[in-house]
Every structure is written in C-alpha cells, then in structure tokens.
Ligand binder design. Structure first.
Ligand code: MIC
Ligand code: SF4
Length: 640
C-alpha cells in the first residue's frame, strides 16, 4: 500500500496494537518537550513513576510561559524544573531563550522522528517533517519513562497548496483559510499533510506557522515533507548532518484531499472570539484598534519580525495604540539585533518583550476594557488576553504592522508595493542558553519551593456514582474556560488545591464553591468539549473538586485523554437531543459504571426528572482499565 507520510512515520514507530484506522496504537516517542506551565506536573509525575533517567533519545524542558515573576511561585517552578532536568537527564532551555516550539524547531527537531510535547502546539515540528503531537503532562512523563504513546489511528487529509503566495499574503493566511473552511473541530481525529507546488516556495518557519495552527483545527498533527528547503534550514542551523528526506509514497492514499490556490488568497483575519471566525480583512469593518501584538509560537520567527520592522522603518505607530513585539526565540532576537531590524522596531515605538509566550497566554499586556487587540498569535478565545470584554483579531505580521501604522484593522495591501526583502541571512546560532544534562544526574537533588505541592490522586472507580449536574455549557468550550491562563492563575499550576478555586471562573465564578458543596459532580457539554490547550490541569483540578464525569456531544482529542488520565468518565450522549434535558443541580445516578463502560451502554438515571438516558464512549480497553484504576498514575504503578 502506498502510504502517506503520516502513516509511514506512525508505522515506523509502531510498538503496540494493530495499525487500523480508528483503533488504538502505541508509538515509540523519540523526543519530548515540556514547558514550565505544564512541566512541573510532568516531572512530578515522572518522580511518582520512580524513574531514574529518561529513556528517550532527547528530552528538553523549556521555560517560556511563566516568565513574569510577580511573586516567588514562577521562580520556584524554574528552580524545580532546572534541578529536575539535571536529575532526569533532560536538556534545560533557560527563561528568555524562547518559546519551546520555535526553539525546538531551530535547535533540536529532526525530520522523521517523533516528538511528544506537553503543549498543544507541538505539531509545529511538522514544519521540519517531524511528527509532533501534543499531550497531557502525564502522557509525556510516561513517554520520557520509555513507555509508548497511545493514540487512535487518525484519518489523513492531504492539503494541496497550489501556486505562489501573492505579495502581502503569508503563511498565516493559508492556515486561516483552512480554519475558515474546516472550523475548530474539522481536524479532530485527523493528521493534515501538506503538498502541492506551493510548498516549494515556503520556508521552514512559514511551514511551521501552518503546522503550528493545525492545533486550532483540533488536528492530531500536521506535516510537511522534509525536502531541499528543510535541508538548507538545518544547514543554516549548523545541523545539516541531521537532515534526511521524508515524503509520502508516490500515489499515497488519503481520506480526503483539499486544494487551496494560494495565489488567489488575500490577507485574512480571525474575528473575536474563535480562530475559525475567519474573513478576508477587506470585508471586515475598519475597527479602531488599541493594541497590536507581534510574536508567539505562530509568528515569532526572524522573518516575521523582520517584515514588521521593514514595514515600520522610518515611521511611527498610530498614537492611539500600543505595539508590543516578542521575538519567538533568542536566536531570532539576536539576528534582528545583528541585522539592524530591531532599531526600526524600537524607533517606530514598538515595545520589545522578552522571547517568551507573554501576552499570548495573558502574561501581561492585557488590552484596555472593551478594547481591540490585533495579534499574530493563534488563539483569540474570550478572556484569554486577560481582558474579559476585549476583542482579539488574529492576523499575519504584515496586517499587524499595517494596523499598527493606521490605528484601524488594515489590509496590508493598502500600504502599496511589497518591501524588497533580501534572502533571510544566516541566523545567529548560539546554544549557550541551552544547558545539557550531566552524564549522571542521580546525585542532583530536586529543589522544591512551597508552591510545589504533591499531585492529588483519584480513587479507583466506585460501584455507584451519585453526582449532581454542576454546569451545563455549550459547544466548543475551551480549556481556557475550564482553567484560565493569565498572570494571576498560571503561577498556581503546581498547586492544584489553590488552582481549583479558578475552575470555570470565566463562565461561572461560583463553580468551585458549588462543586465543593455537591461533593460529586458532572459537567454537561455540547460539541468539541475541551478544545485548545493540552493543560491536564483542566482535568486534574475538576477531578480535585469531585467531578466524576463529563457528558458531552463530543470531545477534543487531548482533553479526552486528559480526562481518562485522571479518572473522569468522558461520556457521549447516544441521543444528542438529550442534552436539552439537563439543568444545573439535577441529581443523577450511575450504577455499576465499570460494568456499563465495558458494555458501552451507560444508563444515566435522572433522579429528579424520573427518566433515564443512555450514554456511550469511544475508549479503548486500555483506557477503560485506566478509568477503573482511577487514573494513569495508579494504572502505570499497578503495571510496574
Ligand atoms: C496555550 O497556548 O494555551 C498553552 C498555554 O501553551 C497551552 C499549554 C498550557 O496550558 O500550559 C497549550 O497550548 O497546550
Ligand atoms: Fe506559548 Fe501562545 Fe504558543 Fe501556547 S500558543 S505555546 S502560550 S506562544
């Protein structure tokens, strides 16, 4: 059979299960990455697994999310992570060195390898022909311990990019167009593979913009082939010897093919509050803008920031707005300095932030109330910017720069002719902020501050669950709704008890006190529940508050796995219309959940309404065992 690149890489790494669409397989993980906001949990779990040294070919711990140090918590996390990295044999990327996905692409990624990361944008590595997958921290811990990563064999969609991008239209516009066509749930259970004549003109950073934002489609991963363009990128990174060709077999079969004539694309924007609310900027009202933000793991490359600098050169930004710019990596930052582009940025009025996630996850730079922010980022979920009533538009760097000059959302084509830009120069490759682990780290003791608390464990599945409905929510609920980001809440990621006060806070500030009152609860939800990030805290903190099950029309992939990993039942309505029958406070009963899960027919008794409904699940027998054990940590320990 002629295989897609996705299937070739999955089959080469297959260690468990039968390779059949829709069934669960285990794959070998070559590399892992963690970041600080999910990493503390991952290493606490690695400690709990009793592992001495990681068994992967390479693992890296990045500090990029929690870099604001308002109080001691984030700095304590950094200390913990640095000592844990040395102890377990993991590379450590120091704060300021850049955003995990961009640094990994530049410094560590290898075509043809697998990468599991405790961050949903890990598929950024697909820009290099590497199979990157996002997962919860405990799945990454198990992979670091040498265990397989389990996933359902996905469908593969081939996206043929044909033609050449017109002036002022960039890689971001390609992925925004795909989001417009497929929506935020269009990629669930799928890998997106890119090909067509258009990829010959896309550099690795441009490809990585596209694979990065495949996460917003809900896709398991996104992949470009590894070709001559990949080879020259790696050569520029002084890693040319690691290049190898990766491509689909000739005549490979796909579940679906989509063609985008990229020469016909226009500058696009995702309107508030969803990455798939995409329209050409030309059709959108010229809203007044208060803030423009450039950077993030989507558009933080040297090329992205250089384009912004070139557009702003010799000009100043509009007096009403503020412009912030964060190079995605220290390498990009230093190259901007060496090539002089930073001068144009600073001279134009841009405020330069350190190379980190920053405003993308609400760590500073919240827009004004009812404000409008135009960002080159990947998510514009409500409240994520730190300002509940702000509206965030997602665009490419050219539109962001044009907007910064005009003060209103602007199609960059209004600026006239596209700037003449030379080929990207050799980057400043400097690995001194990456700390290699010692050969034997066993003696390095792990430093734990007072905010780093033990991970709460769930009990094995009981014989009867008698929960109450804690909340009824609609479609596309994001993990930012469940456990918000931002400078107040992010520092509590290593302290689940403190974090649990904020569960569902953006939707219902009384959620956590109600959950404590009920003791045992269920969340009722619509489609694509838990889209967005990989944060396992969105399962762990509800579990801590007594959430026993989520009853939804459908789930996002990573969140579904996280629920199972912490022993929360992810149940699906057999009849989607039954969703309407539930209200907050309803009392429910599930008798013998273990047996009913086995039969895949779970009867939920609605005690107040005096009726029953049926739910099903899409879980493997391995996942059912995990649920019975009360979570992956209990399960893995019982297997050791
Ligand atoms: C995000 O973009 O939402 C994050 C913050 O990077 C998350 C990880 C986290 O919550 O720590 C993600 O995308 O997985
Ligand atoms: Fe960081 Fe934003 Fe990328 Fe998440 S999406 S890794 S917060 S830059």
């Amino acid at each position: 059979m002629a295989n897609s690149l996705a299937y070739k890489l999955l089959k080469e790494h297959l260690v468990d299960g039968e390779f059949k669409k829709g069934s669960e397989i285990g794959i070998q993980i070559d590399q892992t990455l963690t970041q600080d906001a999910t990493g503390t949990m991952a290493y606490l779990q690695l400690e709990a697994l009793g592992i001495e040294k990681v068994k992967t070919e390479l693992s890296v711990s990045y500090i990029d999310h929690n870099t604001l140090q308002n109080s001691y918590e984030n700095a304590d996390d950094h200390r913990y992570l640095q000592s844990a990295a040395a102890h377990f044999g993991v590379w450590f990327s120091r704060p300021g060195n850049g955003i995990c996905h961009q640094v990994h692409l530049e410094q560590f990624g290898i075509p043809g390898k697998t990468l599991l990361g405790s961050d949903s944008h890990t598929p950024t590595a697909g820009g290099l022909g590497m199979l990157g997958i996002g997962a919860g921290g405990i799945d990454v811990a198990v992979a670091m311990a040498g265990g397989p990563f389990y996933l359902v064999v996905p469908e593969v969609i081939k996206v043929n990019l044909e033609g050449k991008l017109p002036p002022w239209v960039g890689a971001k516009d390609i992925i925004l167009e795909l989001l417009r066509r497929l929506t935020v749930k269009g990629g669930v259970g799928k890998i997106i593979e890119y090909g067509g004549s258009g990829i010959e003109n896309l550099s690795v950073p441009e490809r990585a913009t596209i694979t990065n934002m495949g996460a917003e489609l809900g896709a398991t991963s996104s992949l470009f082939p590894s070709d001559a363009i990949t080879a020259s990128f790696l050569r520029f990174q002084d890693r040319g010897d690691l290049w190898n060709r990766q491509e689909a077999d000739p005549g490979a079969e796909y579940d679906e093919q989509i063609t985008i004539d990229i020469n016909r694309l226009e500058p696009m924007a995702a309107e508030p509050h969803s990455p798939d609310a995409v329209r050409p900027i030309r059709e959108i009202d010229r809203v007044e803008v208060d803030q423009v933000a450039v950077g993030s793991c989507t558009n933080g490359s040297y090329q992205d920031l250089r384009l912004v600098a070139e557009i702003l050169k010799g000009k100043v930004i509009h007096p009403r707005l503020s412009l912030v710019a964060a190079p995605g990596s220290r390498q990009a930052f230093m190259t901007l300095v060496r090539e002089g582009a930073l001068e144009s940025l600073v001279a134009s009025g841009a405020r330069i932030l350190e190379s980190a996630c920053g405003p993308c996850i609400g760590m500073g730079q919240a827009p004004p109330s009812c404000g409008v922010s135009v960002r080159t980022f990947n998510r514009n979920f409500p409240g994520r910017s730190g300002t509940t009533d702000a509206g965030v538009y997602l665009t490419g760097p050219a539109a962001a720069a044009a907007t910064a000059l005009h003060g209103v959302l602007t199609d960059p084509r209004e600026l006239g002719s596209y700037p003449e830009l030379p080929e990207a120069p050799l980057p400043v490759v400097d690995r001194r902020m990456l700390i290699a682990p010692p050969v034997d780290g066993k003696e390095v003791s792990i430093t734990r501050g007072p905010n780093i608390r033990p991970i709460p464990l769930n009990d094995p599945l009981p014989g009867k669950i008698r929960p109450r409905v804690l909340l009824v929510v609609g479609d596309n609920i994001t993990t930012d709704h469940i456990v918000p980001g931002g400078s107040k809440v992010l520092p509590l990621r290593s302290n689940i008890e403190a974090l649990s006060d904020y569960v569902f806070a953006p939707l219902d500030p009384n959620f956590s006190s109600r959950a404590r009152e009920y003791g045992s609860g269920v969340i009722v939800a619509g489609e694509n529940y838990g889209q967005g990030s990989s944060r396992e805290h969105a399962a762990l903190a509800p579990m801590f508050l007594g959430v026993k099950a989520v009853l939804a029309k459908s789930f996002a992939r990573i969140h579904l796995a996280n629920l199972v990993n912490f022993g929360i039942l992810p149940l699906i309505f057999s009849e989607p219309a039954d969703y309407e029958k539930f209200s907050m406070g309803d009392e429910l009963l599930i008798v013998n959940p273990g047996e009913q899960l086995e039969r895949n027919e779970i009867i939920i008794d609605h005690l107040n309404g005096n009726f029953k409904i049926t739910a099903v699940h899409q879980l493997s027998s391995r996942q059912l065992d995990i649920l019975r054990a009360g979570g992956l940590l209990n399960y893995t320990r019982s297997q050791q």
